[in-house]
Ligand binder design. Structure first.
Ligand SMILES: Cc1ncc(COP(=O)(O)O)c(C=O)c1O
Length: 464
């Protein structure tokens, strides 16, 4: 065992991980009862990560939809080091520090419309939480105190804190913690592959239908009780549902008609994942609030943000009103310095342009997989795709719960990793493989992803 694989106390890291580390969203019996070894990633370089044995994996998920500029950027490590030496920490509670100010100005400049107020958090869920609280307090301040509910979409993931979990639309993730914060209601998402049959061939009609379902949910609840609609530009959970044409135009109309805030949860989609720095720009709508995190620092330090329109800030600009909300580490000076350096890389290397130019090739390469009997659908946008697996392509029949368990957890996830591709096999809806690699990759890595998926999916089919 190499020295790199033991803890300072002399324990094998795989054992210490099994015995002491409580991993997130992890079925620990794999390690405590099943004899599995915790995979340990020790290093990253560009689009690749390496385990303790030196084995290379293509990072098909940018860590967790996060490492936009790729791994191993010394420039970002240096930005963090410089800031930590100058001012390691100071809160944004009635005081400010230069990196938070500079970053707030930069984000306000990049955000569309009059989304000019930046409230920093430590991550995406906290940004969602902050957005809901802002929506509630805003309406109290402007004389509509009953507006407090939220509409979000089926299977959408918006975070795990109690409020964000109420907005999340995945029943199995919520069930252990019910009852949650009251006021979260669901409407259909934009999964056209599973849309009512008469709408599948007409994306525009489907877009109108899906947006109108949100309008209907607002009306069912009573518009004077609804504060906000939370949607991702491209919904991740369920496997990459892009908006059909006209969807956001209609949704904006509905929100305006009912004086309901449109919150664009761009925790995944911002910072080039779809193309632009903010994905609402890719789809031509201006929300009232953007929530973002992850790619803001490319994961080199934790940071999130809620970016609100001037209209929402206005009541807080007067008298003794304040937004009684905050986080010790929200807008951490080191994280803000890293975010500035990260956005410098975006500009210098033209990453927005790179995604726009290369997305069609990425999609085209993944679409080659449609010749496999198990691949029902390839969907997504930018550098963000979902590959839905089916039992029968003709009928779009999906797998039973037991089959999905055997296929995804039992075979695909470990087999893909074994083949040197880190990505996610997800069954928070129908079974999908999710891909969201660092934004720096090109045709060579697209081909590598396709080849590895082809091998493992072919094997999976033979095991059914
Ligand atoms: C759309 C969306 N919102 C919120 C979150 C929660 O972000 P975090 O894990 O940083 O709290 C996520 C996490 O993946 C997300 O995808």
């Amino acid at each position: 065992m190499s020295a790199g694989n033991v803890t300072p106390r002399g324990t094998a890291r795989t054992e210490a991980a099994r015995d002491h580390l409580w991993m997130h969203f992890t079925r620990h019996s794999t390690f405590t009862e099943g004899g599995g070894e915790v995979p340990i990633i020790v290093r990253g370089e560009g689009a690749y990560v390496y385990d303790a044995a030196g084995k290379q994996y293509l990072d098909g998920l940018a860590g967790l939809f996060t490492v936009q500029v790729g791994h191993g950027r010394t420039e970002l490590a240096e930005a963090a080091s410089k800031q930590a030496q100058e001012l390691a920490f100071f809160p944004l509670w009635s005081y400010a520090h230069p990196t938070a100010i500079d970053l707030a100005e930069r984000l306000a400049h990049e955000a569309p419309g009059d989304l000019d107020r930046v409230f920093f958090t430590s991550g995406g869920g906290e940004a969602v939480e902050a957005a809901w609280k802002l929506a509630k307090q805003y309406f109290k301040l402007v004389g509509k105190p009953m507006k407090h509910k939220v509409i979000s979409r089926a299977i959408a993931y918006h975070g795990t804190t109690a409020g964000a979990l109420s907005i999340t639309g995945i029943p199995e993730v919520k069930a252990p913690f019910e009852p949650l914060v009251p006021g979260g209601f669901r409407a259909p998402n934009t999964n056209i592959y599973r849309a009512p049959e008469h709408l599948r061939e007409d994306p525009k009609a489907f877009g109108r239908w899906a947006a109108d379902r949100i309008g209907e949910a607002i009306e069912f609840e009573g518009a004077d009780t609804v504060a906000a609609v939370f949607v991702e530009p491209v919904q991740n959970a369920g496997g990459c549902f892009p908006p059909p044409p006209g969807y956001f135009e209609r949704l904006r109309e509905i929100c305006d008609e009912h004086d309901v805030l449109l919150v664009s949860d761009e925790t995944i989609c911002a910072f080039g994942r779809i193309g632009e720095l903010f994905a609402c720009k890719d789809f031509g709508y201006v929300p009232d609030i953007i929530t973002c995190a992850k790619g803001l620092t490319s994961g080199y330090a934790p940071l999130g943000a809620m970016i609100a329109s001037e209209r929402l800030f206005e009541p807080f600009a007067h008298g003794d009103t304040s937004f009684a909300h905050g986080y010790t580490f929200g807008g951490h000076p080191v994280s803000c310095a890293v975010a500035m350096a990260n956005l410098d890389i975006f500009e210098r290397e033209g990453l927005v342009q790179h995604v726009h130019e290369n997305a069609p090739q990425f999609r085209g390469t993944l679409e080659k997989l449609l010749d496999l009997p198990i691949v029902g659908d390839v969907r997504g946008a930018g550098f963000f795709y979902g590959i839905e697996l089916v039992k029968d392509k003709e009928t779009r029949e999906t797998f039973s719960g037991e089959e999905a368990e055997r296929l995804l957890r039992g075979f695909l996830s470990p087999a893909l990793f074994e083949a040197g591709l880190y990505c996610r096999a997800d069954d928070r809806g129908d079974p999908v493989i999710q891909l969201a690699p660092p934004l720096v990759i090109g045709q060579r890595e697209f081909d590598e992803i396709e080849q590895k998926l082809r091998g493992v999916l072919t094997q999976a089919w033979s095991k059914l």
